[in-house]
Design a protein around this ligand. Structure first.
Ligand SMILES: [Zn+2]
Length: 353
């Protein structure tokens, strides 16, 4: 018989782990949930993922009864345990004899916002129409575009709130880094407070951790790659990075910073801090690689005037041969870059031309 009731309190029952089981909840008689809300969420999740129509027959503090909306025998009843907030499945008939449904009433904008939060964070400008097709295709149910619009708005508000909260914790984070690794360099720069308030606006954040500084001095070659990339997310900004090469020719991170834009001023600030951290006194023995970003080139000339400056071949290749990609051109670029004599360099440049 597929369904029964359980009363034996002393038995060991499976516990529903909301962190790992929520991706595809499975139920068994006697299963324990940490609260009624988790029980409701898990049953709803299961119905949405398996295209089943279900509805609440009873929704009380101490008793929750789910039944099939199509009228088949499926049912799942949970009861609050005595002197506890946890819920237990007391009745379960876990088999639908009805057909999967296209009309899913358990999906709402909050559910979509939560389920797709990461994707909305990575692609906040995704058009509503495209996101709508994606969700309908995933869930195979009728969702209108206005629900998708509300879900995207909720997710973005949520993400924005979290980001704001995290920016507010930067002072604590910087202090903790300094406490655990006292020789690290951590710089948090803010704009002056607005008139009438003591709220400061974030400007820049620089990190060079103590072990990375030491490791660089002990084993890395004086060859440093510098690059900046745009940060996704509600506040944007640019991430500046400095990487070195370790004795195995592996990439070795040295320092990074979040700045407002990639320009003369921000690169100059980053390089002056990096110079102190890596104890670059005689810059002539160092080589820097860049992507030819104008602000960076100027800052290098100012901060480390006697060091060698090289351009990243991948960036050159991408910029120069944008409409002309291909293995042949890429190989010729690398041959030219790796040439050790003027004669071979000219030969490969002629092939490129
Ligand atoms: Zn059913």
């Amino acid at each position: 018989m597929a369904w029964s009731s359980c009363d034996e309190e002393e038995m060991q029952y499976p516990e529903f782990n909301e962190v790992t089981y929520m991706k595809d909840p499975q139920f068994s008689l006697g299963m324990l949930f940490s609260s009624g809300a988790i029980f409701r969420k898990a049953v709803r999740q299961h119905a949405i993922l398996h295209q089943r129509g279900i509805r609440l027959k009873k929704n009380l503090k101490e008793k929750i009864k789910w039944i099939c909306a199509d009228g088949c025998s499926w049912k799942c009843y949970g009861i609050q345990q005595q002197r506890s907030t946890s819920f237990q499945i007391k009745t379960l008939y876990n088999h639908h004899t009805c057909n999967p449904t296209w009309i899913q009433k358990q999906v709402n904008s909050t559910w979509i916002a939560e389920a797709y939060e990461n994707e909305i964070r990575m692609n906040p400008t995704c058009p509503v129409k495209a996101f709508h097709s994606r969700v309908v295709n995933d869930l195979k149910c009728n969702i209108n575009q206005s629900m998708i619009y509300r879900a995207m708005k909720k997710a973005k508000d949520n993400i924005l709130g979290k980001h704001e909260e995290e920016f507010g914790k930067l002072y604590l984070y910087a202090n903790e880094l300094k406490r655990s690794m006292p020789l690290s360099t951590i710089k948090l720069m803010t704009d002056p407070p607005e008139t009438g308030t003591n709220r400061r606006r974030f400007k820049r954040f620089y990190v060079c951790l103590e072990p990375l500084k030491e490791g660089f001095g002990e084993g890395c070659r004086p060859l440093i790659g510098l690059d900046g990339c745009h940060l996704r997310g509600p506040f944007g900004g640019i991430l500046l990075t400095a990487v070195a090469t370790d004795p195995n020719d592996g990439i070795y991170p040295v320092a990074w910073a979040q700045v407002e834009a990639e320009n003369n001023d921000s690169w100059d600030w980053f390089l002056s801090l990096l110079k102190t951290d890596l104890r670059i006194e005689n810059s002539g023995s160092f080589t820097f690689i860049s992507d030819r970003q104008k602000g960076l080139v100027n800052a290098l000339e100012k901060q480390v005037p006697s060091s060698e400056h090289r351009f990243c071949v991948m960036h050159l290749y991408r910029n120069l041969w944008h409409g002309n990609r291909g293995i042949g051109i890429r190989k010729a670029s690398w041959f030219a870059a790796r040439s050790t004599t003027e004669f071979t360099f000219k030969k490969h440049m002629d092939i490129l031309k």
